[in-house]
Design a binder for this molecule. Structure first.
Ligand SMILES: NC(=O)c1ccc[n+]([C@@H]2O[C@H](COP(=O)([O-])OP(=O)(O)OC[C@H]3O[C@@H](n4cnc5c(N)ncnc54)[C@H](OP(=O)(O)O)[C@@H]3O)[C@@H](O)[C@H]2O)c1
Length: 360
């Protein structure tokens, strides 16, 4: 595989920091540009991040002296330096939409963590093991944007990346009728640490703005189909979600209740989870976990603290599968929200796009 030059837009943020670590020694991607707000622009990366550095590993040596650019003022300059950019910024939704389209129209593909374009009908929202075929919508998007290379591709919200992977291998064979899910989400999902969110210590906050809607609606786009120039979301199953913020640094947990159209046996579910492989595993993409779904037999697993880093934070852990007296089954799921759920998921999507020639 040839090496691609990449930029990180929002490099100083929680997700941007994860990108910098994941990409500092990536076999295919070489970071040549870092960008953030005008507050950071013109500073060395190490200086711009300063005390906001929230990772347990230090700032990568090969990136700490790069001068941070201005994500908005330097679009054309950055587009001229890179083959594509990763984007994770904290801005207003309409500003993010406009910014990402500016990069795309400057012929610079954007792989985004932001939610702004998730429901743009010709923007693929992809979990590479679940709906890799949605990247085939990119030619239609390029036609709308009037670009040859430029496009926007997004990853889905972090909360659903714990439970949708577990439901996906059961969907076609058994039919999913409805799902109830309660999520217990880590503070890094809000770009916070225990130092910057002291109110979460000894506490649970039963509200995360916009999260329940995303957790209910985004799975239906993932399970949708390309129809002409857009992706048509699936009409079912019905999801209902409650999302809580909990005092955990990293790792979103979900309690899932599911009713099937044709109830499987417990053994059939476990077999489907064990055997599930997607395109990333078949193509051996560099960031793909070998085993996507890890099932724990122990009653007290998965646990965020113990299990979030399985397969470098790219696998999903599942446990406590049992029958339910209202739904058919219930179980628990866990995924690392800034790895599989954010930067790692975006890197895997970029690897898929590179493998399929979309950055050439
Ligand atoms: N954290 C997660 O687990 C997670 C998961 C999935 C998706 N996301 C999404 O990823 C995005 C970033 O989240 P985060 O947690 O990394 O946020 P964050 O820690 O608050 O970082 C925000 C980044 O945006 C930059 N920024 C702010 N205003 C800007 C402006 N006007 N122009 C250019 N850059 C600007 C910041 O630069 P300065 O440092 O210069 O201010 C910083 O680099 C959000 O859309 C979020 O919803 C986050």
């Amino acid at each position: 595989m040839k090496k691609y030059n990449v930029g990180i837009i929002g490099a100083t943020g929680m997700v941007g920091q994860r990108f910098s670590l994941l990409l500092s020694h990536h076999p295919w991607f070489n970071v040549v540009a870092l960008a953030a707000s005008p507050r950071s622009a013109g500073k060395r990366y190490e200086e711009a991040v300063g005390a906001k550095w929230a990772m347990t590993s230090p700032i990568p040596e090969n990136l700490k002296d790069l001068i941070v650019m201005d994500a908005t003022a330097d679009v054309e300059k950055i587009a001229g330096m890179v083959d594509f950019v990763f984007c994770a910024v904290d801005m207003k939704k309409d500003e993010i939409k406009a910014l990402e389209e500016r990069y795309a129209k400057a012929e610079c593909p954007v792989v985004s963590n932001n939610s702004a374009h998730r429901f743009t009908p010709d923007v693929p929202m992809v979990v590479p093991e679940i709906n890799p075929e949605h990247i085939d919508i990119i030619p239609a998007q390029r036609k709308r944007l009037g670009t040859n290379r430029g496009f926007v591709a997004v990853k889905s919200n972090c909360s659903l990346q714990s439970y949708v992977p577990a439901l996906h291998p059961l969907k076609d064979e058994f039919g999913i009728d409805r799902v109830l899910v309660c999520t217990y989400q880590a503070i890094s999902g809000a770009g916070k640490t225990f130092d910057t969110m002291p109110e979460i210590v000894d506490n649970v906050i039963p509200y995360i703005g916009g999260e329940e809607e995303k957790s209910e609606q985004e799975p239906l786009k993932l399970w949708g189909k390309i129809e002409g120039d857009h992706i048509e979301s699936a009409k079912e199953p019905l999801f209902t979600a409650q999302c809580f913020r909990v005092p955990v640094s990293d790792g979103h947990t979900a309690a899932v209740f599911v009713k099937f159209k044709k109830k499987p046996t417990k053994e059939q579910i476990l077999e489907a989870w064990k055997n599930f492989k997607g395109v990333p595993q078949e193509c051996n993409l560099p960031s793909a976990p070998k085993q996507f779904l890890h099932y724990f037999e122990e009653d007290n697993r998965p646990q965020a603290k113990l299990d979030r880093m399985i397969e470098n934070g790219m696998a999903v852990s599942v446990g406590r599968l049992r029958e339910d007296n209202q739904y058919d089954y219930k179980f628990a799921c866990l995924s690392h929200n800034t790895l599989r759920g954010a930067a790692g998921g975006a890197v895997l999507l970029a690897e898929l796009l590179a493998e399929k020639g979309y950055f050439d």
